[in-house]
Design a protein around this ligand. Structure first.
Ligand code: APR
Length: 247
């Protein structure tokens, strides 16, 4: 494993544009359960009943039961060494952008400056009817939170059946098709179109470096270097090796 980490550090230092694609796994060590591992959110809540835009439109109060549980966990979470390690790589100029499927804001709180929020962010909410926008603070204590027009607000996260924010989609595909290395951290790569990013990068000649507790569908198809283990341990290990190469 040590040689692999050294090799990853060399690749990052030798490339002029590195990216990261992160999923829920990078925030598990911050106390936020992922979605598809044992005990994950989708084991307790049916995706189509609680995480689709049609479910929200039909019964927003029911969907807010799941959102309330998710929000309480996100509220208590803090960046872990993996978030901070990616922030450090960005400060060193070795990580141009982080494309994240997560909505927990932990990359930003971990020092990252360029974060592409592929599935939106939990920190703001919108009214589907009158389009007014709110911060979480504006609606503190309300469950479910309501707009002044009376309708129940929706967090600015992308539900199943909603389009990826066009800017995030375009920017991610553009960067993926010109990056030298892509770190893929803590994602099962089961949700499209986020799971096409590694393929786009690989086709463009990028080195795909995957960090996960276990192999995924990417590991045998596009991954060049697979680091099996916890993101909170492996990412700091990579940063340590990079700092040795760039004193
Ligand atoms: N370190 C590294 N990887 C981890 C860790 C960890 N500490 N803990 C879990 N993982 C891995 C799991 O093995 C799994 O492969 O992270 C991955 C998490 O996969 P999912 O739960 O499917 O989460 P994600 O890939 O982000 O889901 C994508 O699906 O439900 C939607 O919108 C939601 O953004 C989410 C999308």
């Amino acid at each position: 494993m040590e040689n692999k980490i050294k090799r990853v550090a060399e690749i990052l230092c030798g490339s002029n544009l590195n990216l990261a694609l992160t999923g829920a796994g990078i925030s598990v060590e911050s106390g936020i359960p992922d979605f598809r591992s044992a005990g994950g959110l989708w084991e307790r809540y049916d995706i189509m009943e609680y995480a689709s835009i049609s479910a929200f439109r039909n019964d927003p109060e029911k969907v807010w039961q799941m959102l309330k549980e998710m929000g309480a966990v996100v509220e208590r979470a803090h960046p872990n060494p993996a978030h901070r390690g990616l922030g450090r790589l960005q400060q060193m100029g070795l990580l141009y952008a982080i494309i994240t499927q997560n909505v927990d804001n932990l990359h930003q709180e971990g020092g990252a400056t360029r974060v592409i929020e592929y599935h939106g962010n939990f920190k703001t909410l919108s009214c589907l009817w009158c389009k007014r926008r709110y911060s979480l603070k504006d609606v503190e204590g309300q469950m479910p939170p309501r707009c002044i027009c009376g309708h129940i607000l929706k967090p600015d996260v992308i539900f199943f059946g909603e389009a990826i924010p066009p800017d995030a989609l375009h920017e991610s595909n553009k960067l993926a098709s010109s990056c030298g290395a892509l770190l893929v951290i803590g994602t099962s790569a089961q949700v499209s179109p986020a799971n096409t990013i590694p393929e786009i990068a690989s086709r463009a000649g990028a080195k795909i470096i995957e960090i996960n507790l276990q192999p995924t569908i990417l590991t045998s198809s596009v991954t060049d270097i697979f680091l099996q283990g916890k993101a909170g341990e492996l990412v700091p290990g990579i940063v340590d090796e990079v700092e040795k190469l760039r004193p």
